[in-house]
Design a binder for this molecule. Structure first.
Ligand code: FES
Length: 89
């Protein structure tokens, strides 16, 4: 099973298979998704979820306000539904 991710700011789509993080799936699809540490520490990969749900094995450090505004850590996040993401604030 997989979910579709639409990157609104880049007008790109890719599939995230169950068990892969959003970042892993993007890199497997040769999408140049910003990243560095891949462990939820550098915040390079952060983007905003406009639509859909994600889950984490370990909750990342985000304030309530950031969560409310949709910020996620794609290197740690698994897609629970189809997603629409943007790099724009
Ligand atoms: S790649 Fe560093 S926080 Fe996601």
């Amino acid at each position: 099973m997989s979910h579709k991710v639409t990157l609104l700011s880049n007008d790109l789509e890719f599939e995230v298979p169950t068990g892969q993080t959003i970042l892993e799936a993007a890199l497997n699809n040769n999408i140049s998704f910003p990243h560095r540490c891949q462990v939820g520490a550098c915040a390079m990969c952060m983007c905003r979820k406009v639509e859909g749900e994600v889950s984490y094995h370990l909750d990342p450090v985000l304030t309530d306000r950031e969560i409310q505004r949709g910020w996620i850590f794609p290197c740690q996040a698994y897609a629970e539904t189809n997603l629409k993401l943007t790099f724009e604030e």
